[in-house]
Write a protein that binds this ligand. Sequence first.
Ligand code: HAM
Length: 422
Amino acid sequence: MLYRAPRGTLDILPEDQPYWRHIYDRIHHICALYGYRQIETPIFEETSLFVRGVGETTDIVEKEMYSFTDKGGDPITLRPEFTAGTVRAYIEHGMHTLPQPVKLYSIGPAFRYERPQAGRYRQFFQWNVEAIGEQDPAVDLEIMSVAWQLYDDLGFQNLAFQLNSTGCPQCRPNYLQVLVDYYRGHQEHICEDCQRRLERNPLRVLDCKNEVCQPIIAAAPQIMDYLCQECAEHFATLRGYLDELDRPYTINHRLVRGLDYYTKTVFEVWAEGIGAQNAVCGGGRYDGLAEELGGPPTPGIGFASGLERIVLTMKQQEVVVPALPAPRIFVAYLGPEAKTEAVKLAVELWEVGLGATLAFGGRSLKAQMRQAGKLDAAFTLILGEKEIEAGQVAVRDMVRGEQVEVARGEVISWLRQRLSGG
Ligand code: HAM
């Protein structure tokens, strides 16, 4: 039997790592720039944290969680997202006593039992960013800018924010009633899923992809017309900032997001060309979440971006990434006696901080040279009986194809000078 990676999971192979390393580098740089500090919470949490946080009637909780009872009998779930865990940590560690907002970010895997396709996996990495403890719409702008800056730094083209408001517990129930009444008038024309959504989670009808529902959605009442004064002002202020900054955005009345904690602002960034799953990031405000999880009333806003989708977009848009550092020196030898000297020389190089690859397996010198070429070594050091007797090392410049003898005691400083361009 041949084992394969579980369905919906990816091996991130060495050839893809330059993309990942570059993204990580940019993320840490940008988060430092905006004053976000890293936090890592557990990959699993008590199941009820997600049921209460993400919402009982969401697809995530109903169908997608990797939940199990552990050996001690406790219900556990692999995190399907980071926000619930991050807000749990905020409450647990009394972060409301710190200057607000508390600005946090994390990078790590999340798990959802979804139907795998391009850009949609069962284990995927998220860069998750949260600003907890402040309701000023300028925080919404800051959070959106953090996401934007990464895509801008990476050189992405043709991106735009999708923006909407989901209202608040004051105004949303009224809108939901209007929406349900409207849908009841079209009951016989909507898909079965939407029939069910109307009972369980009516806002989600706006997100339906089924053909038959599209005309009904297009003519549905829009939440913008039902926002309370506070939500309308919040939205207008945020739009004002985005307009001032000339940030491209589209008001998308259908953007409702798949998690129940959202209030007021919700947004996504879409990238074309990475398949049906084109949201490189999604987020929004969750002013009721901390209270829902047993903490003090605390506003918050954040987003998460799927790293696999960022890599897909980078490849699709042909973004060039720096190569990862690799040893530039190859240590070769001729015969068993020289091999011991070669081992000693390689260890010396490593200890002084010069990257080197040591030849293994007693292959012919020709084969060793071929390997050095494949590894793109800049210099190959060759030790044979002759060199050892003369107290020298043969150094082959792999680019110029020239070979010189360097005294064994001087080879490190010689290499240092040449590798630094001297
Ligand atoms: P989300 O929209 O469920 O939001 O996920 C955020 C991003 O994670 C998506 O835009 C996508 O890039 C990536 N993603 C989600 N599911 C998958 C998947 N199955 N495969 C690959 N990538 C995926 C959240 O998770 C919220 N917690 C975001 C947030 C933070 N809201 C406030 N704070």
